[in-house]
Design a binder for this molecule. Structure first.
Ligand SMILES: Cc1cc2nc3c(=O)[nH]c(=O)nc-3n(C[C@H](O)[C@H](O)[C@H](O)COP(=O)(O)OP(=O)(O)OC[C@H]3O[C@@H](n4cnc5c(N)ncnc54)[C@H](O)[C@@H]3O)c2cc1C
Length: 396
């Protein structure tokens, strides 16, 4: 395709945030170009695909105006459904609560969202990388050639290493504690509880994060670790931790005996929260690019889509003159800002305890399943705050 010389809005990145932004902007009659460097939207996957069901999301993000694409998910995009969330403490004590959820086939889901954006009227340009941004011009290069395309508004939905956010000076990517490295394997031939998503804590397996098992249905599962480099042992990589978990964890390892690895998936998870500013001049950022993610569990699909919806609607509104671009800042924060910032605060309190397995086990023993569920939702019940603060104080 040859793009037009200019559009109202260019969206860079066709992940959940970008496709949602493009869809809502196009629905508001703006001319929209959605570009992605991938030649096949959604591939390779960088996700476990865990997504609480719609009713859970309404409780998780009560202030958010959820995109309809979070409600009407085609069956073909869902691997399986789970019901239980189980936490395993370092001392192997389990605790669980109910979270009805779907496990998405992220490749199919991302493609579905991009198609919805195209159906709404957005032009799609895949296999095309944004190389640089200068003023209202975006220089792109890819399978269709090299172009500089102009736009009134540029939306950066280009993920955790966002070029757009860096270009606009909106993010500090030197914050090592604000970035988790996630590595996961798709395994076939596992013997797991397919009703449950399990999260394992412990310094030997996932320093600064957790290890997980997410069923994909039948005997297939996604197992992974999310770790933070400053909390890791020197010279031990994410793969070393994942192999320790797979082959040595006393509770988990027996489930993987004889299983085969059918995919390797990795990526960065921005757990440091949103930057102070997410809009500057004609540039907005949303999704992982803007830290739209719940830091306590690393879940970013729903928050990315809410951020994308607000970005797309606000960009279109600014183009038609019904609002200003700067309205984006307070609009998305009103919807999901509290959950994101509280989850970062909770994560910081947990970081103190994660330095000691016995301390972490004690905290997990004292916190009730309902309170754990609240923490997973980016909330901090007062009794939990007291527990975490007193344990942290005792830890010195
Ligand atoms: C291993 C792993 C497991 C995870 N598991 C879960 C989970 O189970 N549940 C959950 O809710 N969240 C999970 N997450 C987080 C979730 O994947 C992200 O929060 C979510 O994908 C954010 O969506 P996004 O659209 O902001 O960014 P992305 O999905 O990263 O999309 C960004 C898009 O931008 C494109 N792009 C980047 N740079 C350019 C450029 N210069 N030019 C053109 N295109 C560009 C990329 O190709 C990509 O398609 C996980 C993350 C990782 C790394």
């Amino acid at each position: 395709m040859t793009p037009e010389e200019s559009y109202d809005i260019i969206v860079i990145g066709a992940g959940p945030a970008g496709s949602t932004a493009a869809m809502y902007a196009a629905r508001s009659d703006a001319s929209v170009l959605l570009i992605d460097k991938k030649k096949d939207i959604g591939t390779p996957i960088q996700c476990g695909g865990f997504l609480p069901c719609y009713e859970e999301l309404e409780e998780l993000l009560p202030g958010a105006d959820l995109p309809d694409t979070l409600k009407d998910i085609p069956k073909s995009c869902i691997h399986t459904s789970t019901r239980i969330h189980r936490f395993i403490a370092p001392n192997l004590e389990p605790k669980e609560f109910e979270v009805p959820a779907n496990v998405l086939d992220r490749s199919r889901f991302d493609k579905h969202l991009a198609r919805e954006a195209a159906r709404a009227g957005a032009e799609l340009m895949i296999g095309t990388r944004a190389d640089s941004i200068e003023g209202d011009g975006v220089s792109v290069r890819g399978i269709h050639g090299e172009f500089t395309i102009k736009a009134k508004v540029i939306i950066g939905a280009d993920g955790p290493t966002s070029l757009v956010a860096k270009t606009a000076g909106l993010i500090d990517r030197n914050d090592e504690m604000g970035r988790a490295v996630a590595l996961e394997y798709e395994l076939t031939g596992v013997d797991i509880d397919s009703e449950a998503v399990e999260m394992f804590f412990g310094r030997d397996y996932a320093p600064g994060g957790y290890a997980w098992i997410i069923s994909q249905g039948g005997d297939t599962a996604n197992i992974g670790v999310g770790i933070r480099q400053p909390l890791c042992e020197k010279g031990i990589s994410a793969q070393d931790y994942l192999h320790r978990f797979m082959y040595e964890h006393p509770r988990a390892a027996p489930m993987f005996e004889g299983a085969g690895i059918t995919a390797v998936i990795s990526g960065i998870v921005p757990v440091g929260g949103a930057p102070p500013e997410t809009v500057k001049g004609n540039i907005m950022i949303c999704g992982d690019a803007a830290g739209h993610l719940i830091a306590t569990n690393g879940g970013g699909i729903p928050t990315a889509m809410v951020g994308g919806k607000v970005a797309g609607e606000t960009a279109a509104g600014a183009v038609s003159g019904t609002c200003t671009l700067s309205d984006y800042e307070h609009r998305w924060r009103e919807q999901i800002g509290l959950e994101i910032s509280t989850s970062v605060y909770v994560k910081k309190l947990m970081d103190g305890l994660m330095r000691s397995d016995p301390m972490m086990s004690t905290a997990m023993k004292m916190i009730t399943p309902d309170q754990m569920k609240a923490m997973q939702r980016g909330r901090l019940p007062e009794p939990v705050k007291k527990i975490l603060k007193s344990l942290n104080a005792g830890f010195g």
